[in-house]
Design a protein around this ligand. Structure first.
Ligand code: PA5
Length: 451
């Protein structure tokens, strides 16, 4: 079970942190937000309690396991959760292991960015005959996803392979281009619930199919999220990690700390910070309040990796502008550990001998946390006893629920993303999409270009 330690968000542990009075002043509002969120039954909660979504993935388990590779095609909310799951719950050398060493599960690759070097390298690596392509798009109209999809269709055509035998879509149950193709060409399509937006969809078939394909216990994942939800619904803020997290981030924002750093001390959890970054940025960064006023609201999420970024970011976090809160992700027990042999006896190095790499990593986390506190920089810790599917499920739920609470506190809609649309429309215009030819967008009047 995950543990949340908020101690260094508060006075007197961190000078300038939250006081008891400040926490007290917001309790009533938080309780109301929890009640409201529970009552509204958001899509990310509903999906856990409707078995059809997990069953739709379990139903095709044997077919999926008949392949050697899974290539996931999707972007943003249609990939970040699955990337986080795959990186957290498979060993770093997963794709280099034999099928037997992988217990029959699949190597996993992602086509997210339309970077031709990356796409070409992935497609060179996999043998299409032994590959399942999972094309994921809620809207079924995202340009990057549809471009990759057509590249894959082209590849299958050249190799004389049937699309319906190598492609599975994950998309809206009724609408969109992928749904249409699925009907026309009898390509299997798994449903993303209609009330579920991309960045909240990791616990639907969007994340479950890729996770299952690389051996993740998806039942444990869902169980973890369900158990976390019970805690999220608790009206006692001292027992509710999501409520406390929202309270802390909101109160620190009021003090000018509008940057939320997530810093895992674990390479396996680093992609989780990417998932968080999208959830926090796209959900909370909004121009308009619920009643239509221009407020340009938001908290800026940053990701950093412990300990690597101690040698890059911590100077700034300790002594730069006091505009951040830091969330450390800690792992109590790693899958493996490495002993540092006592090779030298000189003082400068001898203290390391006989210790393990995990000892050093954990000491560095504590060192960073305490130095930040001494500089009046607030932080919190989320501890994973081990990295497992159940706790990953918990993590997703706690952060989704916190985001919903933050939306309510900030008086914005956390479920839309109108700010992404304009750029998309300009892209369509540049790529010659019908209906967008006449779209007007500014060219710089004054050019400042240096070759
Ligand atoms: O959270 C979101 O809604 C977005 O990040 C989407 O996931 C992303 O734009 C991809 O959209 P789609 O799944 O429709 O292809």
């Amino acid at each position: 079970m995950l543990r949340f330690d908020f101690s260094f968000m508060f006075e007197p542990n961190t000078p300038g942190g939250i006081t008891d009075e400040e926490l007290c002043s917001i309790k009533e509002r938080i309780v109301q937000s929890v009640e409201k969120t529970v009552k509204s039954r958001p899509g990310f909660v509903n999906v856990l309690f409707d078995r059809i979504y997990m069953d739709s993935v379990e139903d095709i388990r044997q077919w999926v396991l008949s392949f050697d590779n899974l290539v996931v095609v999707g972007i943003g909310g249609s990939s970040l959760g699955a990337v986080a799951l795959a990186n957290a719950l498979t060993p770093p050398d997963w794709n280099y292991l034999s099928k037997q060493e992988r217990s029959g599960y699949l190597r996993i690759f992602f086509l997210e960015n339309v970077d031709p070097d990356q796409a070409a390298a992935v497609l060179d690596e996999v043998d299409p005959r032994e590959t399942l392509f999972n094309v994921i798009s809620k809207s079924g109209s995202t340009a990057e996803c549809l471009a990759h999809y057509q590249v894959i269709r082209g590849l299958l055509q050249i190799r004389g392979l049937k699309p319906s035998e190598h492609i599975v879509f994950t998309t809206d149950p009724r609408k969109g281009f992928l749904r249409q193709i699925s009907r026309d060409e009898k390509i299997l399509a798994l449903d993303i619930p209609q009330d579920l937006g991309g960045r909240f969809s990791v616990l639907s078939p969007v994340g479950l199919l890729p996770a299952m394909a690389c051996g993740v216990d998806i039942k444990a994942l869902i169980d973890g999220a369900k158990d976390a939800y019970l805690k999220c619904a608790d009206l006692n803020i001292e027992k509710n990690p999501a409520a406390m997290m929202a309270a802390c981030h909101y109160l620190h924002k009021e003090k000018g700390r509008t940057i939320s750093v997530m810093m895992p001390y674990s390479n396996k959890l680093f992609s989780l910070a990417d998932w968080f970054r999208q959830l926090w940025a796209e959900s909370l960064g909004k121009k308009y309040s619920l009643d239509g006023k221009v407020i340009n609201e938001g908290l800026t999420p940053i990701k950093a990796l412990g300990v690597v970024d101690q040698h890059s970011q911590i100077q700034l976090y300790n002594e730069g502008p006091d505009d951040k809160t830091i969330t450390f992700l800690e792992v109590e027990s790693f899958d493996r550990d490495v002993l540092i042999p006592a090779v030298h006896h000189q003082e400068d190095i001898a203290y390391l001998g006989g210790k393990k790499l995990a000892d050093l990593l954990k000491s560095e986390l504590t060192g960073t946390e305490r130095s930040l506190a001494m500089n009046g920089r607030p932080s919190m810790r989320v501890t994973f006893p081990t990295i497992n599917a159940y706790d990953m499920g918990q993590f997703f739920m706690y952060y989704e629920f916190t985001t919903a609470l933050m939306g309510d506190l900030l008086q914005i809609n956390p479920y839309d993303q109108p700010g992404v649309e304009l750029g998309k429309r300009i892209t369509y215009s540049l790529m010659g999409r019908k209906g967008f030819e006449v779209l007007k967008f500014p060219e710089p009047v004054k050019k400042v270009v240096i070759d």
